[in-house]
Design a protein around this ligand. Structure first.
Ligand SMILES: *[C@@H]1O[C@H](CO)[C@@H](O)[C@H](O)[C@H]1NC(C)=O
Ligand SMILES: *[C@@H]1O[C@H](CO)[C@@H](O)[C@H](O)[C@H]1NC(C)=O
Ligand SMILES: *[C@@H]1O[C@H](CO)[C@@H](O)[C@H](O)[C@H]1NC(C)=O
Ligand SMILES: *[C@@H]1O[C@H](CO)[C@@H](O)[C@H](O)[C@H]1NC(C)=O
Length: 188
């Protein structure tokens, strides 16, 4: 083949191969299976004015019409709660904790009962070492809510995925337990 023809054939070949391999819609349509599935429970004991020893969460910010002892009216809008909750493998508060769920939730809508969650699972046990970081909207009245797994460290280095939350128990304004079904789509 003469040089010019060879070059143009090569260019055409390059165009075709790079063109097809970088179509983004291909990637979006692909159905992916999680590389790891995990189930945990965590337990939130809310301060109620009398249980400061046992409470694992505290109201740290409240709107002017509320206070830090009792969650505010209007679906607790404006309350900011910090927590350090035990994580267990089953739904028993008294099972040996395998880590702590640490972070905060913000009640962020007057009209409905909903929150925004930002927290980490911090593990330091024979089961797991490292952390998983979560963030997302938590419309509490839904039976299940999906939030993002935005990263991790240690055993969960650079992970990403989705966590499905469900309220496994709810006792007044003093205790609730969340079941967390984690599907990781990026594992290292
Ligand atoms: C704290 O928890 C213990 C064990 O569950 C319980 O016996 C005690 O009554 C609790 N204390 C308060 C102040 O709620
Ligand atoms: C907090 O607000 C609740 C409900 O309005 C009220 O009953 C309680 O006395 C308040 N507590 C404090 C410490 O202000
Ligand atoms: C994790 O546990 C080990 C062994 O109990 C301890 O030495 C270490 O300080 C702990 N690390 C953290 C970050 O808590
Ligand atoms: C909450 O539930 C409603 C009705 O069942 C549904 O339309 C909505 O997508 C759910 N939202 C989330 C974030 O799961």
């Amino acid at each position: 083949m003469e040089p010019m023809r060879l070059i143009s054939t090569l260019l055409l070949f390059l165009l075709i191969t790079t063109g097809t391999s970088s179509i983004p819609t291909n990637r979006r349509k692909r159905v992916r299976e999680p590389c790891k599935r995990l189930v945990f429970y965590f337990h939130d004991i809310i301060y109620n004015g009398h249980n400061s020893k046992n409470a694992t969460s505290a109201i740290v910010g409240a709107p002017s019409w509320g206070n830090k002892t009792i969650l505010a009216t209007q679906n607790h809008f404006g309350d900011v709660v910090v927590f350090d909750d035990p994580i267990t493998l089953d739904n028993n508060l008294h099972s040996p904790p395998i880590g702590r769920a640490q972070g905060f939730y913000i009640y962020d809508k007057k009209e409905i009962f909903t929150a925004w969650l930002g927290f980490s699972f911090v593990f330091n046990s024979t089961h797991h070492k490292g952390s998983i970081n979560f963030a997302g909207a938590d419309p509490l009245m839904n039976k299940t809510r999906d939030i993002s797994v935005i990263g991790g460290t240690g055993d969960f280095f650079m992970t990403r995925g989705v966590a499905t939350l469900s309220t496994d128990a709810f006792e007044g304004e003093v205790y609730f337990r969340l079941r967390v079904d984690i599907n990781l789509y990026e594992c290292w």
